[in-house]
Write a protein that binds this ligand. Structure first.
Ligand SMILES: C[S@@+](CC[C@H](N)C(=O)[O-])C[C@H]1O[C@@H](n2cnc3c(N)ncnc32)[C@H](O)[C@@H]1O
Length: 272
């Protein structure tokens, strides 16, 4: 849909949008001038930002592969973003063709595109909803139609919880998902990391935070203990919450971006 078409439907294309900034940085076409201008500011702060985002996608791939190998066949990808070249359903169905995936995003442009692009698959669906409302998502007919939530599921929250501010109670939200997930379920998270002045002497994190201050959602990076707290009630899969490139790296595949950007981990909800 064109920018004019979206504007006619009341969709704001003049405020930089977190999904479309991400799309631009990953080389996508679903973005507008305001998104590209914000993305350029991020590139100015960290020239290898696109590499970092590719590393994030690579972490998602390693995490879901691990989870598929653990026997999980149903996935809920929260804050899934615009479909990219290698989406979660492609990652998991490559190994387990029968696996089912529901994508969730609260951005109308994202899920309209998502629904159109994924319309052909019968084991994949895209739902427009806000991850801050776990009950709405977990009772959504599309979710319950495709996923059996009495059985273990993998919830993926990649590069999205840092758009949920503390006042929206992200830990209560995470706990609500956990409590509604069957034992043996998995949670995979990647999350923007805060840094001390020594760790980030050029102020990249502040520069990023400033760019997102004017965007559709603001950036709230968190410390290692804060990110680990999302896994309360889960057993962390080795090596725990680490820099995302250190989470079970594939031998022989070098990371694209800098070593310290997002932290990541995978947890398993213990058996009763
Ligand atoms: C940076 S992108 C990450 C996309 C994908 N998860 C990845 O890691 O490649 C963040 C996505 O989260 C979505 N998002 C932000 N806040 C959300 C919320 N409260 N509920 C659902 N989606 C949200 C945005 O619209 C955007 O598509």
């Amino acid at each position: 849909m064109t920018e004019q078409g979206l504007a006619a439907r009341g969709i704001d294309t003049t405020t930089p949008n977190v999904a479309r900034i991400y799309d631009y940085l990953l080389g996508g076409k679903d973005n507008f001038a305001a998104d590209r201008a914000a993305a350029q500011q991020l590139i100015a702060a960290t020239p290898d930002i696109a590499g970092i985002l590719r590393d994030n996608r690579a972490f998602i791939g390693r995490a879901v592969r691990h989870v598929v190998q653990a026997g999980i066949r149903q996935f809920l990808d929260l804050g899934a973003g615009l479909p990219t070249q290698f989406n979660v359903h492609e990652m998991v169905q490559q190994v387990a063709p029968e696996a089912r995936v529901v994508y969730v995003d609260n951005d109308p442009v994202v899920w309209t595109h998502g629904q159109a692009l994924l319309a052909r698959g019968d084991r994949v669906a895209y739902v427009g909803a806000d991850l801050r409302k776990p009950a709405d998502i977990l009772q959504h007919p599309t979710v319950t139609g495709l996923l059996d939530l009495t059985q273990p599921v993998a919830v993926v929250c990649a590069a999205v919880l840092h758009f949920v501010p503390d006042q929206d109670e992200p830990y209560r939200i995470a706990a609500e998902y956990r409590d509604r997930m069957a034992p043996g379920s998995f949670l995979a998270i990647s999350h923007g990391a805060s840094a001390t002045a020594e760790e980030d002497p050029t102020g990249v994190v502040d520069a990023f935070t400033n760019v997102y201050r004017r965007a559709s959602a603001q950036l709230h990076v968190r410390s290692l203990p804060e990110i680990r707290r999302f896994f309360d009630g889960f057993d962390l899969v080795d090596p725990g919450v680490v820099w995302m490139n250190e989470w079970r790296p594939d031998p022989g595949i070098p990371p694209s971006g800098q070593a310290t950007s997002l932290r990541a981990g995978v947890g398993r909800k213990p058996d009763d």
